[in-house]
Structure formats: C-alpha cells, structure tokens
Design a protein around this ligand. Structure first.
Ligand code: TLP
Length: 350
C-alpha cells in the first residue's frame, strides 16, 4: 500500500528503535527525565528560543499555548482554514473559555492585516466586546496546500501584533518543511513568533510528540497546563529519544519529500480528469478529480483498492502527503495507479 494520506503515518526509523531502549529515564512530571530535558534543550536551541517543552500531540501543544496566552473571555484571531480552528475539537473554547475569531484565509495561507484589524473593537473600553489576546498563524499552511508564509509577511504580522500589544503563536506543525523550502535555518522562521508548536510525529518521523517553544516564563505556564490537560507523561524519555533523532537526523531529508511532492504533481497534471494545484512548496499536493461521473469518494475508494491511500481534505479536494515512508518509485507507482483508475472508468463508460 502506498500511504499518502498524511505524514502522520511515518514509522520510527531503525535508529529511533535502537535509541528508545537505551534512553535514560526519569519522571518528567517532576522534570527529572534527562532524555526529555535533552530534547527540550535541543528544540529551544534550534528554534532560537529560551525554552521548550515536550507535548503529547500538536493539538495539545496548540491548546496549552492558546490557554497560556489568552485569559477566559478573550478571543484568539485564527485563520478559518487552520488546524486550530477546524480539526482541534474547539478545545480553546471548551477548556479555555476562549472565543475563536475566524479570519478569512488567502490562497497562499496569509491572513490579511486589514482582516486582522477588523477583529479589534473601535473602543476597547466598551465592556460589550471580547478583547483579542492572541494572533495565530499556520506555517506551512496545511489546508492551503502546504504553502510557506514569506518571511516578509511574518515580519508584517509581528509588527502588527506588536502595535496592538499582542503576542503571535505559530502553529508550525511542519515548520522544518518551511525552513527547508526557504533554505534558511528554522530559527529564522521562528523569530517572528512569540510561541511555536511543531510536530515531531509528522515528516520528522518520530512516533509521538510535539514541542512548544517560547520564553522560559511562557513555557513554565505551558508546563502547568500540560499537567492539567492530562499530558504529564512520566518516563517520556522513551519517546523523546526518538524526537532527538528527528531533530538531529531527519530535517535535511525533508528536501526529498518536497522533490517527491513536485514529482507527484508533475505526473498527475499530465492525466486528463485531474486538476492539480501546481504551486507545490513543501510535501503536500492538492488536486481535484474532474473526470465525468467521478465523485471524490468513488475516486478515493478505487485508488485504495488499487493500492494507493489518499484522502479528501476539505472542499472536495484530495490531499497527498509525501514523507519518509514513500520513495520516488512509490510516487511513480502512485501516478500509474491514478492513471489506471481513470482509464478503467473511461472504458466502462464507453
Ligand atoms: N494535521 C493532520 C490532520 O488533523 C488534518 C494531518 O494529517 O495533517 N497543526 C497542523 C498544521 C496539523 O496539520 C496538525 C495535524 C496538527 C496541528 C495537530 O497535530 P496532532 O495530530 O499531533 O494533534
């Protein structure tokens, strides 16, 4: 089976499996797991922030960050196509009493400053209004096709947030893909946000885990919230050992995933009945099936029967995500499977 539904399907590498049983362990709720501490120091250093904390998932990393930034009854400005808004079960509202203010998303993943501006009440002293406490951005932007936010745009958002006295949180689940695409150290991308969450369990291929980075004071707040949310993980060094290998060994190879994604898009665009977003910047390819008589459901099902797993990800578009478990030969095979599925349908309809 060629697995392109998500980079969350990546399996731990041999090196991770070897490192896991050797990890030095302690109780991380006491802050005494040396392997977790090592991972946290490494993450903070690489992203150029004071501190980092190991979290069980990207969802909890975002939630704890939002709760650390936003008092109850305040609002978070969030793109209407982001993971935080769409796929995280409304956690900030449920657990944090935080109101989501959804901001329209541009095709390239940006939120326009003028749209952010509209979320601020004319008179903040008027008690009728909930007040903005945080601006969030997603980079790269998953549902907009893995698009990377330009550094100049990040600087604009930072300056705007500063002018309003608000922090910026970046959902950088795939921030290393952004850095590889821009050919800059990840700290250059990270410098524009006060806090960042990124996932070890996606393209970086660790089995479990995300990191939150920011100031030491901010991370201290997240430490308490993580416990409150049930994310205190005791001998988490077993997982952190894999995360260290993610950061030390799995970053540079993301360029291969990007090349495979471009190869997939180039192959798919040759096929009649497939419309591809050719602006592939990272490891994500979006396309639609326009062949007569094909619903996306039928297409996804027939691809699956032919050995290719892909999935719909909003607005009837199909997403294919490349990762360490997919070779160039798999990409070529995937293109042939899509061709075969459409050709078979054509024969049946004649
Ligand atoms: N995204 C998943 C699905 O939820 C869509 C995927 O397959 O891409 N931020 C971003 C930008 C994400 O893409 C995801 C996962 C998360 C946060 C949540 O991370 P986890 O799954 O670790 O909770």
């Amino acid at each position: 089976m060629i697995e392109l539904r998500s980079d969350t399907f990546t399996l731990p590498t041999e090196e991770m499996l070897e490192a896991i049983p050797l990890a030095a362990l302690g109780d991380d709720v006491y802050g005494e797991d040396p392997t977790v501490k090592r991972l946290e120091r490494l993450a903070a250093e690489m992203l150029g922030k004071e501190a980092a904390i190991f979290m069980p998932s990207g969802t909890m990393a975002n939630l704890a960050s939002l709760m650390a930034h936003c008092p109850r009854g305040s609002k978070v400005l969030v793109g209407n196509e982001t993971d935080i808004y769409i796929y995280e079960a409304g956690g900030a509202a449920v657990c944090g009493g935080i109101m989501y203010e959804p901001i329209p998303t541009q095709a390239d993943g940006r939120l326009l400053i003028e749209d952010l501006e509209k979320a601020f009440p004319d008179d903040p002293s008027d008690p009728q209004f909930s007040l903005p406490a945080l601006i969030t951005i997603e980079n790269p932007h998953n549902r907009m096709g893995g698009k990377v936010l330009p550094l100049s745009y990040l600087a604009e958002v930072q300056a705007f947030a500063e002018s309003k006295g608000l922090p910026v949180h970046m959902d950088g689940a795939r921030i290393f893909n952004a850095a590889i695409a821009l050919e800059v150290p990840v700290s250059e991308v990270a410098q524009y946000a006060d806090s960042i969450q990124f996932c070890l369990s996606k393209g970086l291929s660790a089995p479990v885990g995300s990191m939150v980075v920011g100031t030491a004071e901010f991370v201290e707040k997240v430490y308490r919230l993580r416990k409150m949310l049930g994310g205190g993980m005791r001998q988490a060094g077993l997982l952190a050992a894999a995360g260290i290998i993610s950061l030390e060994k799995m970053v540079d190879r993301l360029a291969d995933d990007h090349a495979n994604a471009r190869r997939l898009a180039a192959g798919l665009t040759q096929i009649e009945g497939i419309e591809v977003d050719m602006d592939v910047q990272t490891n994500i390819v979006f396309f639609r099936v326009s062949a007569a008589g094909f619903t996306w459901q039928r297409f996804v099902e027939e691809c699956q029967q032919a050995g290719l797993n892909i999935a719909e990800l909003g607005h009837g578009r199909i997403r294919a995500v490349t990762h360490s478990g997919v070779t160039q030969a798999d990409i070529d095979a995937a293109i042939q499977i899509v061709k075969g599925v459409l050709a078979k349908a054509e024969v049946l309809s004649v």
